[in-house]
Design a binder for this molecule. Structure first.
Ligand SMILES: *Cc1c(COP(=O)(O)O)cnc(C)c1O
Length: 390
């Protein structure tokens, strides 16, 4: 059968036709543990002679499984596993795939906490790493060593939204038996499905588009069953499990994922196009614009370009802050992907401790703005933005 559309999979993917009590909506199975009828059932469970799945809350929960199966269906993956946050998913997955002596390659624009985990934390345990320039696959190839076990990237990255050529990345790594992990939080499975391009593992901060309402933290990892089960075993030990109530909120959020993301794609593209011609704007980074360095790759791989628009004003740090304060619809907050538009000035957020010169050195200018489009009316968002630009 032809693969179903993201719209249909978001609503029905990974779900049974009916739940207990003939309920239509997914139940929240709010329990810490599960009971056995007698010791014989317990023995049968451990010997794998029953179809029951649950034993104890850290090892699994039916509400959490629904999230895992729905995201796996959307990504076209065999299996999935959910976590308490995106970072719990990223760190557990990386830890499960390396050991002392392993080498990991990251792109230098990778999520700050992922980079911190690999370059400072794993480094203490004898795992080395190399950072290569964004989307530069020649540099990636040159950085690989016999002990390289894993390549990690986002697609698109934050804040400049570079998009690596995933089929080529997958080919380079597969030839050398190196695993690939793509953080696809910015893209969502509506816009990009890395597994279809040969990537081994895909991770999401469900806090962003999957949950979609800025009210819950979570993370999901999907991929081939064997690999996912290695990560699952480590989750059983580390314990970063998703709570059943949070799972319910994420599962409910995903139902509207495709319609939200399609609207966010359209609004962000319109906003990016408007900003690109504006006299107060120095530069816009949006993979849907022909001016973006990875536009061709993005067009090849993605069916939409996402809801985040990054731009640099022709302005000082203070003037940029004044512009942000003058916007009336977006709220000032870190994060993205929810129904509410959010705006931030990276120089004052993730890079606050640095001086202007240090920021410049890591490629973050004082007048950089990240606008994460919500589901408000696009014309009203753009009118608000233009008024604030003056
Ligand atoms: C937010 C984010 C994370 C971390 O997710 P949390 O749910 O906040 O732990 C990881 N990667 C990307 C790209 C993100 O945007």
């Amino acid at each position: 059968m032809r693969r179903k559309s993201p719209e249909t999979l978001a609503v029905h993917g990974g779900e049974p036709r009916r739940y207990d009590f003939d309920a239509l909506a997914a139940p929240i199975v709010q329990t810490a543990t599960y009971t056995f009828r007698d010791t014989a059932e317990l023995v049968a469970f451990f010997e794998g002679r029953t179809s029951r799945e649950e034993e104890y809350g850290r090892y699994g929960n039916p509400s959490v499984r629904l999230v895992e199966q729905k995201v796996a269906a959307l990504e076209g993956a065999e299996d999935g596993i959910a976590f308490a946050s995106g970072m719990a998913a990223v760190t557990t997955a990386i830890l499960a795939l390396v050991k002392s002596g392993s080498h990991v390659v990251l792109f230098s624009d990778c999520y700050r906490r992922t980079r911190q985990f690999v370059t400072t934390f794993l480094d203490r345990f004898g795992v080395s790493s190399t950072l290569v320039p964004p989307a530069d696959l020649d540099a990636l190839e040159a950085a690989l060593r016999p002990e390289t076990k894993l390549v990690v990237s986002e697609a698109p990255t934050n804040p400049y939204q570079t998009v690596p050529d995933l089929p080529r990345l997958a080919r380079i790594c597969r030839e050398r038996r190196i695993k690939t992990l793509i953080d696809s939080t910015f893209a969502t499975p509506v816009n990009l499905r890395p597994i279809e391009h040969g990537i081994d593992l895909v991770v999401h901060s469900a806090t962003k588009y999957l949950g979609g309402h800025n009210d819950v933290l979570g993370g999901v990892l999907v991929g081939k069953q064997g690999l996912v089960s290695i990560v699952r075993d480590l989750r059983h030990v580390l314990g970063g499990v998703l709570d059943p109530h949070a799972a319910y909120l994420i599962h409910r959020g995903i139902k509207s994922l495709a319609v939200r993301v399609r609207q966010q794609n359209a609004s962000a593209l319109a906003m990016a196009q408007t900003l690109e011609g504006h006299p107060r704007v120095r530069r816009v980074w949006y993979p849907g614009l022909a001016s973006h360095p990875n536009h061709e790759v993005a067009r090849e791989l993605m069916t939409g370009f996402g809801g985040v628009v990054t731009f640099e004003l022709d302005a000082s740090l203070e003037e940029t802050s004044a512009f942000i304060d003058a916007c009336e619809i977006p709220r000032i907050a870190p994060s993205l992907g929810g129904v509410e538009s959010l705006i931030e000035q990276p120089a004052l957020m993730s890079y606050f401790e640095l001086t202007t010169e240090q920021r410049q050195a890591v490629g973050i200018s004082d007048s950089l703005v990240r606008y994460a489009v919500g589901i408000e009316d696009a014309d009203e968002l753009i009118a608000d933005l233009l008024r604030a630009l003056g």
